[in-house]
Design a protein around this ligand. Structure first.
Ligand code: ADP
Ligand code: TMP
Length: 239
């Protein structure tokens, strides 16, 4: 498949058209951003590590019967994906309290959430990705009630599959964000799953192994991502 025009430059990935209207190429860059683009840095190897990490996770999800956009790795930083019509809401599941939930509700970080919560955020940088509810998403024509129900069910299924994988690596999947899109009338998981879009803590020490290391200036960001990869069996030996 041939890489063609640059369609979009995001905060961490660039999106290219291909000669096939049903496929795109995503390029994982080394850029890191937080707080709505206020904090920006280049983190050596992040693009390669996240591309390989995401491919591993997408394969595990496909094995569990969840349809994803992932087709194949092309180069260390490039992946071929199905071209989705993205739904502009981010689906967040939380197993433990952290981040915006603690700030909003005054809850102590680390409190177990039973059952896990499900939240929607409007994907809009200019507005700072505000939280929205289902009725707003439907009324604003971002998604149908049926699509939202499917996204919620799929996000909880992803939580079951991935919580187990990370638990086997002695980690807690604290929370994560997913993005979905439509491909020939089907809801398909898009974007990426990597330590950039989730929170992962060591089960014993509660050491943060995710993008909070960047947000909070803790250092060792890509090293932590590599540690997570090693713990769950992602092979990074050739990149
Ligand atoms: P952001 O847009 O939040 O800065 P990225 O830098 O990760 O994020 O850019 C990747 C963009 O590509 C995102 O806007 C995402 O919604 C979009 N995207 C991810 N997967 C697909 C896909 N399969 N089809 C179309 N767009 C996609
Ligand atoms: P939050 O605590 O900031 O609401 O984030 C919850 C989880 O979702 C956390 O793992 C980070 C992830 N997330 C993103 O990666 N991008 C986003 O735009 C949002 C809203 C959340």
């Amino acid at each position: 498949m041939l890489k063609q025009a640059l369609l979009y430059t995001g905060k961490a990935k660039s999106v290219y058209e291909t000669d096939d209207p049903d496929h795109l190429i995503l390029v994982f860059r080394d850029d890191a951003s937080a707080f709505n683009g206020e904090k920006i840095a280049q983190l050596d190897r992040k693009g390669k590590v996240n591309n390989r990490f995401n491919a591993f996770i997408m394969q595990k999800l496909a094995d569990a019967g969840i349809e994803t956009h992932f087709e194949k790795l092309l180069t260390p930083t490039e992946v071929l994906v199905k071209k989705l019509k993205m739904i502009p809401v981010e689906c967040v599941v939380r197993n433990y309290a952290a981040g915006s939930l603690c700030r909003r509700l005054g809850v102590e970080e680390g409190k177990e959430l039973n059952p896990p919560t499900f939240e929607l955020f409007f994907k809009d940088d200019a507005l700072g990705d505000p939280m929205v509810n289902e009725s707003q998403a439907i009324a604003l024509d971002w998604a149908t009630a049926e699509q939202l129900a499917q996204m919620k069910e799929l996000t909880y299924k992803v939580n079951d599959v991935l919580s187990k994988i990370f638990a086997d690596g002695n980690m807690m999947l604290v929370d994560f964000k997913l993005e979905f899109g439509v491909f020939h009338d089907r809801i398909v998981l898009g974007d990426e799953f990597s330590p950039d879009g989730c929170r992962l803590w060591d089960k014993d020490t509660k050491k943060k192994l995710d993008k909070d290391r960047f947000r909070q200036g803790l250092g060792g960001v890509v090293e932590a991502y590599e540690e997570v990869a090693a713990r769950i069996g992602v092979d990074l030996s050739d990149i």
